[in-house]
Design a protein around this ligand. Structure first.
Ligand code: MSP
Length: 517
């Protein structure tokens, strides 16, 4: 991959509740991709943040007997603390209550109003208070909201509308001309299917009589902006739209908007047409991933099946959690979360496959070579095969990043690790030691260390802390602990005589699963 600016965003999260494993997933995914691109040498800008206006937040504040901004100030910390704990390397964190955002939203509204792309009209519609959206009669399911199933209210009021319909054909043409614009392909088809119906204009105002917690319309102080019209703008306000031209032209258009499948239409249709109205280029890719389910159901507070990422990190460690979330979901599809499957995968991949190999190799280097990494010496076909398996894993990982198939890339890295274990077992280095075959022993231990160098470098974006520990343990110099993707597939790069130090205990101690523990 050539070096180029890479701008990646997560959705901005509502501050109406504490973050759960689904929120953690999108942000970890963004972090892994950002770290991969940094290792490839690309300048990266990784943005996340919080969506702080609208009814959900106003209600949550009321419930807590506090004013909305105080509520946001308290709840935003839960997200920021979680991201810190999960080792998220975001370059910026935007809050939609920040002045830098509010100003831009108002400028955009004024401009669209001046150019008659926003107009005033009466509106009668089915409104779902919980989802803060109007639905057409066709959209409703048995008279209820198609998203949350709650009863909708019929509202008639003066409102302001964005001429979304004017951009329908332009959007269809764009999707057709850019196969990578909406991914994966089933989401692209879903959007094209949605666009087969005439597109309505979008109501972008809320009367202050009903909702006051929002960005005031610059041309009517009795109204605030519809929360989605405000929130989506974060992707450009954060990088300096209408404020810092150098920064904006450096980062926009974004390479990736990472989203969950629940917010596909707002991104693929609302946001795209908003950008068209502003005469701005569209993002390169909107990527919608699936949901984490618990026993087949969506997580929700009412069913009490919400998984708290902070608890998981405390119990099992941050990097193991990051690993599981990346390895166990095929991007685009839903996946089930259970603590038991977490432990099973952890033990199989991290404790038995990876951690155990590191421990066997390093212990033998200490015992037989005084802790100094031996030189490779003459190689045999078995080492060439091992080197090839590692090289293939590196190639597969690079493709996995490009094709958003991280689970497959990780599985291929784990397969290379299993191949190294098989090599180690087949060579029986313990027998070589006994027989005094120092050259053979050196070759096997050094080759295993080389394989672990490649593997730890590939897995670094997923488990930065643990892989740094592993790289230290096999004698990699401090200034190379952070790998570069450029030479990862190459062989025999470690320093002869480097100091090898086993990780005390184990890098990934086995976990015993205790149900309901
Ligand atoms: N505030 C809006 C997004 C505005 S973006 C301009 C929002 N916030 S949210 O907090 O409700 O959810 C944000 C995202 O969290 C979802 O789109 C999705 O990416 C992620 N997830 C929430 N629940 C999830 C799962 N159960 N599983 C996986 N991800 C899910 O929508």
């Amino acid at each position: 991959m050539s070096e180029k600016n890479f701008y990646l965003t997560t959705p901005i999260y509502y501050v109406n509740d504490k973050p759960h494993i689904g929120h953690a997933y999108t942000t970890i995914l963004g972090d892994v991709l950002s770290r991969c691109h940094r290792l490839l040498g690309d300048p990266v800008h990784f943005l996340t943040g919080t969506d702080e206006h609208g009814q959900k937040v106003e209600r949550a504040a009321q419930k807590n007997n506090t004013d909305p901004l105080t509520h946001c100030d308290t709840y935003v910390k839960r997200f920021q603390e979680l991201w810190q704990r999960l080792n998220i390397s975001n370059d910026d964190f935007i809050r939609t209550t920040q002045g830098r955002h509010v100003t831009v939203v108002q400028k955009i509204l004024q401009d669209l109003w001046d150019r008659k792309l926003i107009y005033q009209s009466n509106y009668e519609g089915n409104y779902c208070v919980a989802c803060e959206r109007y639905f057409t009669d066709k959209d409703l399911k048995d008279g209820c909201c198609p998203d949350c199933g709650r009863k909708v209210d019929t509202l008639v009021e003066k409102n302001y509308f964005f001429k979304m319909s004017a951009f329908q054909q332009q959007l269809i043409d764009h999707i057709n001309a850019h196969p990578d614009f909406i991914r994966p392909v089933n989401r692209r088809q879903e959007t094209l299917g949605f666009l087969k119906q005439p597109l309505d204009d979008l109501c972008i105002s809320r009367s202050k009589a009903r909702l006051s917690w929002g960005i005031e319309l610059p041309f009517d102080k009795d109204y605030v902006t519809y929360v989605w019209f405000d929130a989506l703008v974060n992707y450009i306000s954060a990088v300096g739209y209408l404020a810092d031209d150098a920064s904006f032209s450096k980062w926009w258009p974004a390479n990736f908007h990472l989203i969950g499948k629940d917010i596909l239409t707002t991104h693929a249709v609302y946001w795209s047409t908003m950008l068209m109205a502003m005469d701005l280029p569209l993002p390169q890719t909107i990527f919608a991933h699936g949901w984490w389910l618990v026993s087949g159901d969506k997580m929700s507070k009412s069913t009490g099946n919400v998984v708290n990422p902070m608890d998981m990190a405390d119990k099992y460690g941050v990097d193991s959690l990051r690993y599981f979330l990346m390895a166990a979901m095929s991007l685009g599809q839903d996946a089930n979360f259970s603590e038991e499957s977490f432990v099973v995968k952890y033990n199989a991949d991290l404790a038995n496959n990876l951690g155990n190999l590191l421990s066997r190799m390093t212990t033998m280097v200490v015992k037989n070579f005084d802790g100094k990494l031996p030189a490779m010496g003459e190689s045999t076909p078995a080492e060439a095969e091992l080197a090839d398996a590692c090289k293939k894993a590196a190639e597969s990982w690079e493709n996995a990043i490009k094709n958003m198939q991280l689970d497959r890339g990780i599985a291929d890295i784990m397969a290379a690790c299993a191949a190294t274990n098989r090599y180690f077992d087949a060579m029986k280095p313990w027998s070589m030691a006994k027989a005094g075959d120092t050259a053979g022993l050196a070759r096997v231990l050094r080759s295993t260390a080389e394989a672990l160098r490649v593997i730890s470098g590939l897995l670094y974006p997923v488990m930065p802390t643990k892989m740094e520990e592993m790289r230290k343990s096999i004698g990699i110099a401090d200034d190379q602990l952070v790998p570069s993707m450029a030479n990862l597939g190459e062989w025999n790069l470690l320093q002869d005589g480097a100091v090898v130090t086993p990780v005390p205990g184990s890098l990934f101690p086995r976990i015993k699963f205790e149900a309901n523990a």
